[in-house]
Ligand binder design. Structure first.
Ligand code: CAA
Length: 379
C-alpha cells in the first residue's frame, strides 16, 4: 500500500491550487452574493483541461485517472464550490456516461466538445416528484414511428441554462417500471424545450440551477444512449461515479474552511495569546484535521477502486456520506473559530458553511447513500 501521490498527481494538485487562487478567488464573494455564474472562470477551466479530465485523449480529454480528478476537485472546491459543481457534473455525470455507453457518432458529435469545455453538459434525472425515488419518472419519451416525443419537467438541474447538451432520463414504457426508462441526448434550442426558473439557493449560489420543461420535443432515435430500457442502469452507474466527484467537492469545502480557521487561529489574539494556543481551539482544529484526513482516505479509496475497474458503488456512497458530513461539521466549526468575523462574508467561511449543505443533498441525499451502502454490505 502506497499513500504517496505520484509526480503527476502532485502536478495536478499544484495546477489546480494555483488556478483556484489566481482565477477563482478574485470575485468569489460577489459571484455568491449576486448569484452570478462563473462564465469566464469555467471557460478557463475548459482551456486547462479541467472539464474532461478522465476522457480519452482521442475525444479531446485529459486521459487522467480518477485520483487526479478528485485531487483537482478538492483544490478548486476549497475556493469556489459553485465552479466545481459544474466541473463535477460535466466530468462525471455527462462525459463519463457518454464515453462509456454512447455510440461513436454521439461521442464525435458531443463528447469531443464537452471534454474541452467548448460546450457544457447537464444531467437531468430529478423531477418535481422523483428526487430520491428515481424510478418514479414522469417524463416520457414516446416513439411515434420516426422519432421520440419528449414531455415532462425536470428540477434542480445543474448547468441548467448554461449547458448546450442535456442527458435526459425518461420513461419509454411505463408498464416496465425501472426497466422501461431510457436516456437521451437533447440539445438546447430544440422546439418545445424551455429553460424554467433559476433557483435562488442557500449555497453554491454561483452555480446555475434550473427547472426544465419539455413539451412535444422531437428527439431523433440516434440520440438515445444504449438500448431502450437502459436509462435507469445508466443513471445509477453514472451516479456511482458522480458521488466520488461530490465527495471530493465536500472534502474541498471542508479543507478550505479548515485552512482558513487554522490561519486565523494563529493570527487572532485573545487573553494575551493567539487563540491557537488555547486548548478549546486546539481541540477543534484537531477534530477538523482528523475528520478531513479520514474523508480524504475514503474519497481516494473510492477513486482508486474505480481506476482499478473494481466495484465502487458502495465505496463511493461511503465517501460521499462521510465527506459531506465532515464538510458540514468542519465548516460550522470554522465559523465558530472565527467568532463574529466568521459570520460575515469577507472571511469566506460562512459561504463555505452554506455551500457544504448541498453536498448532503445532491446526487443522492445522505439517506440514499445509506441505502446504497447497506445494500452493498448485505448483498
Ligand atoms: N449502481 C448500479 N446499479 C444500481 C444501483 C447502483 N448504485 N442502485 C440500484 N441499481 C440497480 C439495481 O441493481 C436494479 O437493477 P436490476 O433491476 O437489473 O436488478 C435496479 O437498479 C433497480 O434497483 P432498486 O430496485 O434497488 O431501485 P430502487 O427503486 O429501490 O432505488 C435507489 C434505488 C438507490 C434509491 C435509487 O433510486 C437512487 O439512487 N436514488 C437517488 C437518485 C439520485 O441520486 N438523484 C440525484 C439526482 S442527480 C443530481 O443531483 C445531479 C446534479 O445536478 C448535481
Amino acid at each position: 500500500m502506497n499513500f504517496q501521490l505520484t509526480e503527476e498527481h502532485l502536478a495536478v494538485q499544484e495546477a489546480a491550487r494555483e488556478f483556484a487562487q489566481s482565477e477563482l478567488l478574485p470575485g468569489v464573494i460577489d459571484r455568491d452574493s449576486e448569484a452570478k455564474f462563473p462564465h469566464e472562470q469555467i471557460k478557463k477551466m475548459g482551456d486547462l483541461g479541467f472539464l474532461g479530465m478522465m476522457v480519452d485523449p482521442k475525444y479531446n480529454g485529459g486521459g487522467m485517472d480518477t485520483i487526479s480528478y478528485v485531487i483537482a476537485m478538492e483544490e478548486l472546491s476549497k475556493i469556489d464550490a459553485s465552479a466545481s459543481v459544474s466541473m463535477s457534473v460535466n466530468n462525471s455525470l455527462v462525459c463519463w456516461g457518454l464515453e462509456k455507453y454512447g455510440s461513436e457518432e454521439q461521442k464525435q458529435k458531443y463528447l469531443t466538445r464537452l471534454a474541452t469545455g467548448e460546450i457544457l453538459g447537464a444531467f437531468c434525472l430529478s423531477e418535481p416528484e422523483a428526487g430520491s425515488d428515481a424510478t418514479s419518472q414522469r417524463t416520457s419519451a414516446e416513439w411515434n414511428g420516426d422519432h421520440y416525443v419528449l414531455n415532462g419537467t425536470k428540477n434542480w438541474i445543474t448547468n441548467g441554462s448554461t449547458a448546450s447538451v442535456y442527458l435526459v432520463i425518461a420513461q419509454t414504457d411505463a408498464s416496465k417500471g425501472h426497466k422501461g426508462i431510457s436516456v437521451f441526448l437533447v440539445e438546447k434550442g430544440w422546439e418545445g424545450f424551455v429553460i424554467g426558473k433559476k433557483e435562488d439557493k442557500l449555497g453554491i449560489r454561483g452555480s446555475d440551477t434550473h427547472s426544465l420543461m419539455f413539451t412535444d420535443v422531437k428527439v431523433p432515435a440516434e440520440n438515445r444512449i444504449g438500448e431502450e430500457g437502459f436509462g435507469f442502469t445508466f443513471a445509477m452507474e453514472t451516479l456511482n461515479g458522480g458521488r466520488i466527484g461530490i465527495a471530493a467537492q465536500a472534502l474541498g469545502i471542508a479543507s478550505g474552511a479548515y485552512e482558513l480557521a487554522l490561519a486565523y487561529s494563529k493570527e487572532r489574539k485573545a487573553f494575551g495569546k493567539p487563540i491557537s494556543q488555547h486548548q478549546a481551539i486546539q481541540f477543534k482544529l484537531a477534530d477538523m484535521a482528523t475528520q478531513i484526513e479520514a474523508a480524504r482516505l475514503l474519497v481516494y479509496k473510492a477513486a482508486w477502486l474505480k481506476d482499478q475497474g473494481e466495484d465502487y458503488a458502495h465505496a463511493s456512497a461511503m465517501a460521499k456520506l462521510y465527506a459531506s458530513e465532515v464538510a458540514m461539521n468542519v465548516t460550522v466549526e470554522a465559523v465558530q473559530v472565527h467568532g463574529g468575523y466568521g459570520y460575515v462574508k469577507e472571511y469566506h467561511v460562512e459561504r463555505l458553511m452554506r455551500d457544504a449543505k448541498i453536498t448532503q443533498i445532491y446526487e443522492g441525499t445522505s439517506e440514499i447513500q445509506r441505502i446504497v451502502i447497506s445494500r452493498g454490505i448485505l448483498k
